[in-house]
Design a protein around this ligand. Structure first.
Ligand SMILES: *Cc1c(COP(=O)(O)O)cnc(C)c1O
Length: 426
Protein backbone atom coordinates (compact mmCIF):
# COMPACT_ATOMS: atom_id res chain seq x y z
CA UNK A 1 0.00 0.00 0.00
CA UNK A 2 1.04 3.52 -0.71
CA UNK A 3 2.64 5.13 2.34
CA UNK A 4 3.56 8.38 0.59
CA UNK A 5 0.98 10.35 2.49
CA UNK A 6 2.89 9.95 5.75
CA UNK A 7 5.79 12.36 5.74
CA UNK A 8 8.53 12.74 8.24
CA UNK A 9 9.41 16.27 7.14
CA UNK A 10 8.91 18.97 9.75
CA UNK A 11 5.77 21.02 9.37
CA UNK A 12 6.22 24.73 8.77
CA UNK A 13 3.11 25.80 10.70
CA UNK A 14 3.24 28.77 13.03
CA UNK A 15 3.98 26.74 16.14
CA UNK A 16 6.08 24.03 14.48
CA UNK A 17 8.28 22.43 17.07
CA UNK A 18 6.78 24.58 19.82
CA UNK A 19 6.01 21.51 21.84
CA UNK A 20 6.99 17.87 21.48
CA UNK A 21 4.96 14.83 22.46
CA UNK A 22 6.52 13.06 25.39
CA UNK A 23 6.71 9.55 26.79
CA UNK A 24 5.61 6.32 25.17
CA UNK A 25 3.94 8.08 22.23
CA UNK A 26 7.37 8.86 20.82
CA UNK A 27 8.39 5.22 20.52
CA UNK A 28 7.68 4.81 16.77
CA UNK A 29 7.88 7.08 13.75
CA UNK A 30 4.94 7.84 11.52
CA UNK A 31 6.46 5.67 8.83
CA UNK A 32 6.59 2.68 11.17
CA UNK A 33 3.04 3.28 12.37
CA UNK A 34 1.91 3.66 8.76
CA UNK A 35 3.29 0.25 7.85
CA UNK A 36 1.61 -1.37 10.81
CA UNK A 37 -1.65 0.37 9.92
CA UNK A 38 -1.49 -0.93 6.35
CA UNK A 39 -1.16 -4.51 7.58
CA UNK A 40 -3.83 -4.22 10.24
CA UNK A 41 -6.77 -1.97 9.44
CA UNK A 42 -9.34 -2.77 6.76
CA UNK A 43 -8.75 -0.51 3.80
CA UNK A 44 -11.97 1.48 4.08
CA UNK A 45 -10.30 4.88 4.42
CA UNK A 46 -7.19 4.61 2.24
CA UNK A 47 -3.82 5.46 3.78
CA UNK A 48 -4.01 7.81 6.79
CA UNK A 49 -2.77 11.35 6.22
CA UNK A 50 -0.75 11.39 9.45
CA UNK A 51 -0.45 9.43 12.68
CA UNK A 52 -1.52 11.81 15.42
CA UNK A 53 -0.53 11.37 19.05
CA UNK A 54 -1.61 14.43 21.03
CA UNK A 55 -3.94 17.42 20.95
CA UNK A 56 -4.66 20.53 22.95
CA UNK A 57 -7.39 22.99 21.98
CA UNK A 58 -7.03 23.51 18.23
CA UNK A 59 -3.44 22.15 18.17
CA UNK A 60 -2.39 18.59 17.35
CA UNK A 61 0.95 16.83 17.01
CA UNK A 62 1.91 13.80 14.93
CA UNK A 63 4.16 10.87 15.87
CA UNK A 64 7.22 12.70 14.50
CA UNK A 65 6.56 15.80 16.58
CA UNK A 66 5.13 17.97 13.78
CA UNK A 67 2.52 20.52 14.83
CA UNK A 68 -0.78 21.28 13.07
CA UNK A 69 -3.59 23.73 13.66
CA UNK A 70 -6.75 21.68 13.40
CA UNK A 71 -9.33 23.55 11.30
CA UNK A 72 -11.46 20.43 10.74
CA UNK A 73 -12.08 19.28 14.35
CA UNK A 74 -12.18 15.57 13.49
CA UNK A 75 -14.86 16.25 10.86
CA UNK A 76 -16.89 18.83 12.78
CA UNK A 77 -16.73 16.89 16.04
CA UNK A 78 -14.62 18.24 18.90
CA UNK A 79 -16.33 21.59 19.27
CA UNK A 80 -14.55 22.45 22.50
CA UNK A 81 -11.12 21.47 21.20
CA UNK A 82 -8.84 18.57 21.97
CA UNK A 83 -8.44 17.51 25.60
CA UNK A 84 -10.94 20.04 26.93
CA UNK A 85 -10.46 19.79 30.72
CA UNK A 86 -14.16 20.29 31.53
CA UNK A 87 -15.21 17.39 29.29
CA UNK A 88 -12.29 15.22 30.40
CA UNK A 89 -13.25 15.73 34.03
CA UNK A 90 -16.92 14.97 33.41
CA UNK A 91 -16.10 11.75 31.52
CA UNK A 92 -13.49 10.64 34.05
CA UNK A 93 -15.72 11.25 37.05
CA UNK A 94 -18.65 9.43 35.48
CA UNK A 95 -16.49 6.48 34.39
CA UNK A 96 -15.09 6.26 37.91
CA UNK A 97 -18.62 6.25 39.35
CA UNK A 98 -20.81 4.28 36.94
CA UNK A 99 -19.70 3.59 33.37
CA UNK A 100 -22.27 1.31 31.79
CA UNK A 101 -25.65 -0.05 32.81
CA UNK A 102 -27.50 -1.14 29.59
CA UNK A 103 -30.94 0.16 28.74
CA UNK A 104 -32.59 -2.18 31.21
CA UNK A 105 -31.70 0.65 33.59
CA UNK A 106 -31.66 4.44 33.50
CA UNK A 107 -29.09 6.94 34.71
CA UNK A 108 -29.36 10.56 35.89
CA UNK A 109 -26.93 11.80 33.18
CA UNK A 110 -29.05 10.19 30.45
CA UNK A 111 -32.26 11.75 31.71
CA UNK A 112 -30.66 15.16 32.27
CA UNK A 113 -29.08 15.23 28.80
CA UNK A 114 -32.39 14.16 27.25
CA UNK A 115 -34.20 17.00 29.02
CA UNK A 116 -31.55 19.48 27.92
CA UNK A 117 -31.70 18.39 24.26
CA UNK A 118 -35.51 18.53 24.19
CA UNK A 119 -35.38 21.94 25.79
CA UNK A 120 -33.08 23.19 23.01
CA UNK A 121 -35.03 21.40 20.24
CA UNK A 122 -38.39 22.89 21.29
CA UNK A 123 -37.16 26.48 21.83
CA UNK A 124 -39.26 27.74 18.91
CA UNK A 125 -42.18 25.38 19.50
CA UNK A 126 -45.34 26.23 21.47
CA UNK A 127 -45.09 25.57 25.22
CA UNK A 128 -45.69 21.94 26.24
CA UNK A 129 -44.96 20.56 22.78
CA UNK A 130 -44.49 16.81 23.29
CA UNK A 131 -40.92 15.70 22.55
CA UNK A 132 -38.78 12.63 23.20
CA UNK A 133 -35.25 11.48 22.51
CA UNK A 134 -33.60 8.17 21.59
CA UNK A 135 -29.86 7.96 22.27
CA UNK A 136 -27.52 6.20 19.84
CA UNK A 137 -23.73 6.15 19.39
CA UNK A 138 -23.22 7.87 16.03
CA UNK A 139 -24.83 9.94 13.32
CA UNK A 140 -25.76 7.01 11.13
CA UNK A 141 -27.45 5.28 14.07
CA UNK A 142 -29.40 8.42 14.94
CA UNK A 143 -30.62 8.44 11.33
CA UNK A 144 -31.33 4.71 11.44
CA UNK A 145 -33.62 5.35 14.42
CA UNK A 146 -35.38 8.14 12.52
CA UNK A 147 -35.78 5.91 9.44
CA UNK A 148 -37.40 3.14 11.52
CA UNK A 149 -39.56 5.70 13.32
CA UNK A 150 -40.81 7.02 9.96
CA UNK A 151 -42.02 3.51 9.02
CA UNK A 152 -44.28 3.50 12.07
CA UNK A 153 -46.35 6.27 10.49
CA UNK A 154 -47.81 3.48 8.34
CA UNK A 155 -46.41 5.15 5.21
CA UNK A 156 -43.40 3.76 3.37
CA UNK A 157 -42.05 6.51 1.13
CA UNK A 158 -39.17 8.85 2.02
CA UNK A 159 -38.26 11.92 0.01
CA UNK A 160 -34.50 12.54 0.10
CA UNK A 161 -32.24 15.18 -1.41
CA UNK A 162 -29.75 14.98 -4.23
CA UNK A 163 -26.30 15.69 -2.77
CA UNK A 164 -27.27 14.32 0.65
CA UNK A 165 -25.11 12.45 3.15
CA UNK A 166 -26.71 10.66 6.09
CA UNK A 167 -24.25 7.89 7.03
CA UNK A 168 -23.07 4.40 6.12
CA UNK A 169 -25.48 1.88 7.64
CA UNK A 170 -27.94 0.38 5.16
CA UNK A 171 -30.85 2.64 6.12
CA UNK A 172 -28.81 5.85 6.21
CA UNK A 173 -27.11 4.83 2.96
CA UNK A 174 -30.52 4.38 1.32
CA UNK A 175 -31.14 8.15 1.74
CA UNK A 176 -27.53 9.14 0.87
CA UNK A 177 -27.28 10.20 -2.76
CA UNK A 178 -23.65 9.38 -3.61
CA UNK A 179 -23.79 6.55 -6.21
CA UNK A 180 -20.24 5.48 -5.43
CA UNK A 181 -21.16 4.84 -1.76
CA UNK A 182 -24.46 3.14 -2.61
CA UNK A 183 -23.99 0.98 -5.69
CA UNK A 184 -21.98 -1.94 -4.18
CA UNK A 185 -24.56 -2.41 -1.43
CA UNK A 186 -27.81 -2.40 -3.32
CA UNK A 187 -30.58 -3.35 -2.81
CA UNK A 188 -30.99 -0.77 -0.05
CA UNK A 189 -34.21 -0.13 1.86
CA UNK A 190 -36.83 1.75 -0.18
CA UNK A 191 -38.93 3.46 -1.26
CA UNK A 192 -36.86 6.62 -1.77
CA UNK A 193 -37.84 9.51 -4.02
CA UNK A 194 -35.00 11.89 -4.94
CA UNK A 195 -35.47 15.63 -5.40
CA UNK A 196 -33.02 18.46 -6.17
CA UNK A 197 -31.88 20.16 -2.95
CA UNK A 198 -33.19 23.68 -2.52
CA UNK A 199 -35.99 23.46 -5.10
CA UNK A 200 -39.29 24.02 -3.26
CA UNK A 201 -41.37 23.46 -6.41
CA UNK A 202 -39.84 20.02 -6.97
CA UNK A 203 -40.44 19.17 -3.32
CA UNK A 204 -44.08 20.23 -3.53
CA UNK A 205 -44.50 17.94 -6.55
CA UNK A 206 -42.91 14.96 -4.78
CA UNK A 207 -44.84 15.09 -1.49
CA UNK A 208 -48.34 13.69 -1.03
CA UNK A 209 -50.16 11.64 1.63
CA UNK A 210 -48.12 8.49 0.82
CA UNK A 211 -44.89 10.14 2.04
CA UNK A 212 -43.74 9.17 5.55
CA UNK A 213 -40.93 11.73 5.78
CA UNK A 214 -38.88 14.31 3.95
CA UNK A 215 -35.25 14.17 5.08
CA UNK A 216 -32.65 16.89 4.53
CA UNK A 217 -29.58 18.56 5.99
CA UNK A 218 -29.96 22.32 6.67
CA UNK A 219 -26.58 22.71 4.93
CA UNK A 220 -25.05 19.80 2.98
CA UNK A 221 -21.64 19.51 4.62
CA UNK A 222 -20.25 16.47 2.82
CA UNK A 223 -21.50 17.82 -0.50
CA UNK A 224 -19.22 20.84 -0.12
CA UNK A 225 -21.09 23.08 2.35
CA UNK A 226 -24.05 23.65 0.04
CA UNK A 227 -26.81 25.93 1.34
CA UNK A 228 -30.38 26.00 0.06
CA UNK A 229 -32.16 29.37 -0.23
CA UNK A 230 -33.36 30.67 3.15
CA UNK A 231 -36.95 30.14 2.00
CA UNK A 232 -36.43 26.40 1.44
CA UNK A 233 -36.72 24.97 4.97
CA UNK A 234 -39.83 27.06 5.73
CA UNK A 235 -41.32 25.85 2.42
CA UNK A 236 -40.46 22.24 3.32
CA UNK A 237 -42.13 22.75 6.70
CA UNK A 238 -45.29 24.00 5.00
CA UNK A 239 -45.36 21.25 2.33
CA UNK A 240 -44.81 18.35 4.76
CA UNK A 241 -47.36 19.83 7.17
CA UNK A 242 -49.94 19.97 4.41
CA UNK A 243 -49.73 16.19 3.77
CA UNK A 244 -48.96 14.97 7.29
CA UNK A 245 -45.45 13.87 6.29
CA UNK A 246 -42.67 14.17 8.86
CA UNK A 247 -40.03 16.84 8.33
CA UNK A 248 -36.79 15.15 9.39
CA UNK A 249 -33.79 17.47 9.66
CA UNK A 250 -30.36 15.82 9.85
CA UNK A 251 -28.34 18.14 12.10
CA UNK A 252 -25.54 15.61 12.65
CA UNK A 253 -22.96 18.01 11.18
CA UNK A 254 -24.74 21.37 11.46
CA UNK A 255 -26.21 21.07 14.95
CA UNK A 256 -25.14 21.97 18.48
CA UNK A 257 -23.52 25.31 17.80
CA UNK A 258 -21.57 24.49 14.65
CA UNK A 259 -23.61 26.95 12.56
CA UNK A 260 -24.05 29.56 15.28
CA UNK A 261 -27.40 28.26 16.59
CA UNK A 262 -28.23 25.26 18.76
CA UNK A 263 -29.68 23.78 15.56
CA UNK A 264 -29.03 25.32 12.15
CA UNK A 265 -32.72 25.14 11.21
CA UNK A 266 -33.59 27.46 14.11
CA UNK A 267 -32.04 30.41 12.24
CA UNK A 268 -34.95 30.01 9.80
CA UNK A 269 -37.57 29.84 12.53
CA UNK A 270 -38.95 26.39 11.77
CA UNK A 271 -39.83 23.46 14.05
CA UNK A 272 -39.21 20.02 12.47
CA UNK A 273 -40.82 16.72 13.53
CA UNK A 274 -37.56 14.77 13.75
CA UNK A 275 -34.02 16.04 14.40
CA UNK A 276 -30.91 13.86 14.38
CA UNK A 277 -27.63 14.92 16.00
CA UNK A 278 -24.26 13.36 16.79
CA UNK A 279 -20.91 14.85 15.76
CA UNK A 280 -20.53 17.83 18.09
CA UNK A 281 -22.44 16.42 21.05
CA UNK A 282 -19.77 14.46 22.93
CA UNK A 283 -16.65 16.45 21.94
CA UNK A 284 -15.29 13.21 20.45
CA UNK A 285 -16.90 10.79 22.88
CA UNK A 286 -19.27 8.81 20.60
CA UNK A 287 -22.93 9.73 21.02
CA UNK A 288 -25.87 10.38 18.71
CA UNK A 289 -29.51 11.21 19.28
CA UNK A 290 -32.81 11.09 17.44
CA UNK A 291 -35.20 13.72 18.73
CA UNK A 292 -38.89 13.60 17.79
CA UNK A 293 -41.60 16.19 18.40
CA UNK A 294 -45.40 16.07 18.56
CA UNK A 295 -46.99 12.85 17.26
CA UNK A 296 -43.61 11.54 16.07
CA UNK A 297 -42.47 11.56 19.71
CA UNK A 298 -44.93 8.78 20.50
CA UNK A 299 -44.33 6.45 17.53
CA UNK A 300 -41.83 4.04 19.08
CA UNK A 301 -43.21 1.53 21.57
CA UNK A 302 -41.39 -0.98 23.79
CA UNK A 303 -39.25 -3.45 21.84
CA UNK A 304 -39.40 -1.59 18.54
CA UNK A 305 -35.88 -0.20 18.70
CA UNK A 306 -32.87 -0.61 20.95
CA UNK A 307 -29.12 -0.35 21.56
CA UNK A 308 -26.68 -1.74 24.12
CA UNK A 309 -24.41 1.29 24.43
CA UNK A 310 -26.68 4.15 23.35
CA UNK A 311 -27.33 6.66 26.11
CA UNK A 312 -24.74 5.20 28.46
CA UNK A 313 -23.85 7.35 31.48
CA UNK A 314 -20.38 8.34 30.22
CA UNK A 315 -21.48 9.46 26.76
CA UNK A 316 -24.32 11.44 28.33
CA UNK A 317 -21.94 13.03 30.87
CA UNK A 318 -19.81 14.14 27.91
CA UNK A 319 -22.90 15.61 26.19
CA UNK A 320 -23.99 17.45 29.32
CA UNK A 321 -20.49 18.89 29.79
CA UNK A 322 -20.41 20.07 26.16
CA UNK A 323 -23.83 21.77 26.25
CA UNK A 324 -23.09 23.31 29.65
CA UNK A 325 -19.73 24.67 28.50
CA UNK A 326 -21.23 26.13 25.34
CA UNK A 327 -23.93 27.97 27.29
CA UNK A 328 -21.53 29.16 30.02
CA UNK A 329 -19.08 30.58 27.47
CA UNK A 330 -21.73 32.03 25.13
CA UNK A 331 -20.08 30.02 22.39
CA UNK A 332 -22.93 30.55 19.90
CA UNK A 333 -22.23 34.25 19.51
CA UNK A 334 -18.48 33.54 19.31
CA UNK A 335 -19.22 31.08 16.48
CA UNK A 336 -21.39 33.58 14.60
CA UNK A 337 -18.79 36.34 14.96
CA UNK A 338 -15.83 34.21 13.96
CA UNK A 339 -17.73 32.64 11.06
CA UNK A 340 -18.49 36.11 9.67
CA UNK A 341 -14.90 37.18 10.36
CA UNK A 342 -13.52 34.19 8.45
CA UNK A 343 -15.80 34.73 5.45
CA UNK A 344 -14.97 38.46 5.35
CA UNK A 345 -11.21 37.91 5.66
CA UNK A 346 -11.16 35.29 2.90
CA UNK A 347 -13.13 37.58 0.56
CA UNK A 348 -10.93 40.55 1.56
CA UNK A 349 -7.96 38.70 0.03
CA UNK A 350 -9.54 39.69 -3.31
CA UNK A 351 -7.98 36.53 -4.73
CA UNK A 352 -9.35 35.79 -8.22
CA UNK A 353 -8.96 32.05 -7.58
CA UNK A 354 -11.56 32.20 -4.79
CA UNK A 355 -15.13 32.67 -5.94
CA UNK A 356 -16.90 32.77 -2.58
CA UNK A 357 -17.40 31.49 0.95
CA UNK A 358 -20.47 29.40 1.78
CA UNK A 359 -22.00 28.20 5.02
CA UNK A 360 -22.98 29.51 8.44
CA UNK A 361 -21.07 29.94 11.67
CA UNK A 362 -17.98 27.76 11.71
CA UNK A 363 -19.08 25.37 8.98
CA UNK A 364 -17.61 27.06 5.93
CA UNK A 365 -16.77 26.15 2.36
CA UNK A 366 -14.21 28.25 0.51
CA UNK A 367 -15.22 27.89 -3.12
CA UNK A 368 -12.37 27.77 -5.64
CA UNK A 369 -12.66 28.58 -9.32
CA UNK A 370 -10.55 25.53 -10.25
CA UNK A 371 -10.86 21.95 -8.93
CA UNK A 372 -7.60 22.11 -6.95
CA UNK A 373 -9.11 21.57 -3.49
CA UNK A 374 -7.44 18.24 -2.78
CA UNK A 375 -4.01 19.62 -3.75
CA UNK A 376 -4.58 22.70 -1.57
CA UNK A 377 -5.60 20.54 1.41
CA UNK A 378 -2.45 18.40 0.95
CA UNK A 379 -0.24 21.48 0.82
CA UNK A 380 -2.03 22.94 3.83
CA UNK A 381 -1.27 19.77 5.80
CA UNK A 382 2.41 19.98 4.91
CA UNK A 383 2.37 23.60 6.08
CA UNK A 384 0.73 22.64 9.41
CA UNK A 385 -3.01 23.16 8.78
CA UNK A 386 -5.72 20.50 8.84
CA UNK A 387 -8.59 21.23 6.41
CA UNK A 388 -10.26 19.07 3.77
CA UNK A 389 -11.80 19.22 0.31
CA UNK A 390 -15.24 17.54 0.38
CA UNK A 391 -15.57 18.43 -3.33
CA UNK A 392 -12.70 19.09 -5.77
CA UNK A 393 -13.45 22.82 -5.84
CA UNK A 394 -14.29 23.41 -2.15
CA UNK A 395 -12.15 23.70 0.98
CA UNK A 396 -14.05 22.91 4.18
CA UNK A 397 -13.22 24.81 7.35
CA UNK A 398 -14.94 23.36 10.44
CA UNK A 399 -12.60 24.17 13.33
CA UNK A 400 -13.18 23.64 17.03
CA UNK A 401 -15.74 26.27 18.04
CA UNK A 402 -13.22 27.67 20.55
CA UNK A 403 -10.89 28.69 17.68
CA UNK A 404 -9.50 32.24 17.91
CA UNK A 405 -9.52 34.99 15.28
CA UNK A 406 -5.70 34.90 15.32
CA UNK A 407 -5.66 31.21 14.41
CA UNK A 408 -8.09 31.77 11.54
CA UNK A 409 -6.22 34.88 10.36
CA UNK A 410 -2.95 32.95 10.23
CA UNK A 411 -4.57 30.40 7.91
CA UNK A 412 -6.15 33.06 5.69
CA UNK A 413 -2.71 34.70 5.40
CA UNK A 414 -1.11 31.53 3.98
CA UNK A 415 -4.04 30.60 1.71
CA UNK A 416 -2.83 32.56 -1.36
CA UNK A 417 0.58 30.88 -1.23
CA UNK A 418 -1.10 27.46 -0.99
CA UNK A 419 -3.19 28.35 -4.04
CA UNK A 420 -0.04 29.46 -5.92
CA UNK A 421 1.57 26.11 -5.37
CA UNK A 422 -1.58 24.08 -6.03
CA UNK A 423 -1.94 25.81 -9.36
CA UNK A 424 1.66 25.02 -10.24
CA UNK A 425 1.02 21.36 -9.42
CA UNK A 426 -2.17 20.83 -11.38
C1 LIG B 1 -21.25 12.64 9.44
C2 LIG B 1 -22.68 12.68 9.11
C3 LIG B 1 -23.51 11.56 9.34
C4 LIG B 1 -22.97 10.24 9.81
O1 LIG B 1 -22.44 10.29 11.10
P1 LIG B 1 -21.51 9.08 11.61
O2 LIG B 1 -21.28 9.42 13.06
O3 LIG B 1 -20.28 9.10 10.79
O4 LIG B 1 -22.28 7.83 11.44
C5 LIG B 1 -24.85 11.70 9.08
N1 LIG B 1 -25.37 12.86 8.62
C6 LIG B 1 -24.61 13.94 8.39
C7 LIG B 1 -25.24 15.20 7.90
C8 LIG B 1 -23.24 13.89 8.60
O5 LIG B 1 -22.47 14.96 8.34
Amino acid sequence: MNQDTIHSTRAAGPAAGASEPTGAQQDASQEQWGERYAHTLMNTFGPPRRVLVRGQGADVWDADGNHYTDLLAGLAVHALGHANPVVTQAITEQLGTLGHISNLFASPTQIALGEKLLDLATRLAPAHTPARVFFANSGTEANEAAFKLSRLTGRGKIVAMQGSFHGRTMGALAITSNEHYRAPFEPLPGEIVWVPYGDAGALANAVDETVAAVVMEPIQGENGVVEPPDSYLPAAREITGRYGALLWIDEVQTGLGRCGEWFAHQRLGIVPDVITVAKGLGNGYPIGACIALNEAAELFGPGQHGTTFGGNPVACAAGLAVLGYMADHDLLSHVRQLGEHLARSVMALGDPRISGVRGQGLLRGIVLRDPVGVAVADLALEAGWIINAPRPGVLRIAPPLIITAEQLDAFVAVLPSLLDRARAQS
